[in-house]
Structure formats: structure tokens, C-alpha cells
Design a protein around this ligand. Structure first.
Ligand code: HPA
Length: 272
């Protein structure tokens, strides 16, 4: 990845983002922007005003970075993300972990919508990601190694922090929300999968499938961030559902699950 991209992008943020270390960053996928209820918003910037990032092109994906306060903690909230399938390069995809690293944030929480592969899952279910399978075979760290981005061969044996997963479970219990745990299979998109692909991912150990999160998680982890991720099952994966998969249904499911996701995220930010 090109460091100049990040230098130019970071220069567009108000100074307040860098004045004091941010405690955690949250990336809100697929329309989750409204789920967070901060006590205060200290600064905000539209993605359209960040060079190289631009307005997110996918319907339902807002694009705004805000610096917020939750229970006295400084939290950077990324409402919307760029995806590998948009063809915008890894830099735009990895902007959240790289900005968080520059803001001195030790932690990052990622959210997304997924297709459910595990037959126990139903639309609307929340799943804490325990691990991932990168079916794409490429990742943002391919290229020259920069020491600030971690070692040449970063360990990935615990991408999703055991401690933060535990805290998510505790939060869910306290809020009376049911959550599962599962393995995320990352695909490039923008096509949804074929039934044969879904059978293969199931055989590999995948519980849910999606087109985001893994690049940010593995890059952030390599940089030393403590990472957690929560998925909302927006649909049953191809072949598990008899119905065709449609983006409008993904957005509808996101809206329906907003209350549950909001409770979990706000509760987590109080505790973390
Ligand atoms: N597949 C891939 N990505 C997704 C899906 C799916 O079924 N649903 C939401 N994001």
C-alpha cells in the first residue's frame, strides 16, 4: 500500500482527531450509522472530503468519520467503509485501521452484514466473529514491508481478541440480547456466492460469509490493534435459502436489527 495515500487522507482530518489518543475505533458497515448514540460529537468529516476515500458508492453505506465521546471515552466512528470489490485499492479499504493507528487507538470494533452459512443461523441473528477464512487469497499487506505496519510475517492465530469477544458476550447477556459466535468467510464480491461455493465454505468451517471486515481486521491486527467484529445475518447464504439474494433485503434486515445492534455496540463502548 502507498503511504502517501494515507498521509494525504489523514491531513484532511481536523486536528482534534489527533490531540489526545482515541480509545477505540468503530467501523459501522451497511447502514449501521444510526446505531451509535454518543454522548457528544466532538468533530466530524465526510468521506467525500477525505482525498482518496470519496463518497461511498454503495447504496445504504453512509460515509462519515466522527470523533465522539461515550461514557467519557474518545471513540472514532467510521460510518461506512470502502470495499475491495469497488476497485478503489487496499488503501481506501484499510483507512480505518491506519487512521486508528495514527490516532493512537489500541482497539478496533468492526461491524458488518453477512449471509448465514451455518444452518442454525436465521436472518437478524448477531454473531461475534471468532476467526476468519480469507477465500480471496490476497490481502493488503502484500507489497513492501513497512515496520509501522508490523512484521513481515505477522501472526494471525488470534485476530479477534478473546478478551473483547468475552466483553461482547457479557454486554449481550447484560442487555438480554442473544448472540452466537462463528467463523467469517471473506469473499471478494461484488457477486454473491454460488450454492457450490457456500457448500465448500461450510466444509472449510465457515459459519457466515461477507465481503468486508477481513482486510481491515488482518491489517489492524498486524499493526498491533486489538480487534473484534460483530456480524448481523441479513440473509441465508446461497443454496441455504431458496430465494435469490438481493441487496435491498440486506438493507431491510439491517434496519430491522438496528435496535439490537445499537444496544450491543453502545453497551460494549461503555464497558470496553
Ligand atoms: N454473501 C456475501 N456477503 C453478504 C451476504 C451474502 O450472502 N449477505 C450480506 N453480505
Amino acid at each position: 500500500m502507498d503511504i502517501e495515500f494515507f498521509n494525504k487522507a489523514a491531513a484532511a482530518l481536523p486536528d482534534s482527531f489527533f490531540e489526545k489518543p482515541v480509545e477505540i475505533g468503530v467501523v459501522l458497515g451497511s447502514g449501521w450509522g444510526a446505531a451509535l448514540k454518543p454522548d457528544r460529537v466532538l468533530a466530524r468529516v465526510s468521506y467525500a472530503d477525505i482525498p482518496g476515500l470519496g463518497a461511498t458508492a454503495v447504496q445504504g453505506h453512509a460515509g462519515e468519520l466522527s470523533l465522539c465521546e461515550f461514557a467519557g471515552k474518545r471513540v472514532a466512528c467510521f460510518a461506512g467503509r470502502r470495499h475491495w470489490y469497488e476497485g478503489v485499492g487496499w488503501e481506501a479499504v484499510c483507512v480505518a485501521p491506519e487512521f486508528l493507528r495514527r490516532m493512537g487507538a489500541p482497539k478496533m470494533l468492526l461491524t458488518n452484514a453477512v449471509g448465514g452459512i451455518n444452518p442454525m443461523l436465521r436472518p437478524g441473528d448477531l454473531v461475534i466473529i471468532s476467526d476468519h477464512i480469507n477465500t480471496v487469497g490476497i490481502n493488503p499487506l502484500i507489497g513492501p514491508n513497512r515496520p509501522e505496519w508490523g512484521e513481515r510475517f505477522p501472526d494471525m492465530s488470534e485476530v479477534y481478541s478473546r478478551r473483547m469477544r468475552q466483553l461482547l458476550h457479557e454486554t449481550a447477556n447484560a442487555c438480554g440480547i442473544e448472540v452466537g459466535e462463528g467463523v467469517y468467510a471473506f469473499t471478494s464480491g461484488p457477486v454473491f456466492e454460488t450454492p457450490a461455493e457456500i457448500r465448500a465454505y461450510r466444509a472449510m468451517g465457515g459459519d457466515v460469509v461477507g465481503m468486508s471486515t477481513v482486510p481491515e481486521a488482518l491489517f489492524g491486527r498486524a499493526c498491533g490493534l486489538e480487534v473484534a467484529a460483530v456480524s448481523m445475518v441479513s440473509n441465508l447464504a446461497a443454496g441455504i435459502s431458496r430465494d435469490p439474494i438481493r441487496h435491498v433485503d440486506v438493507l431491510q434486515a439491517t434496519r430491522s436489527a438496528m435496535g439490537q445492534m445499537g444496544k450491543l455496540l453502545n453497551g460494549f463502548l461503555e464497558r470496553v
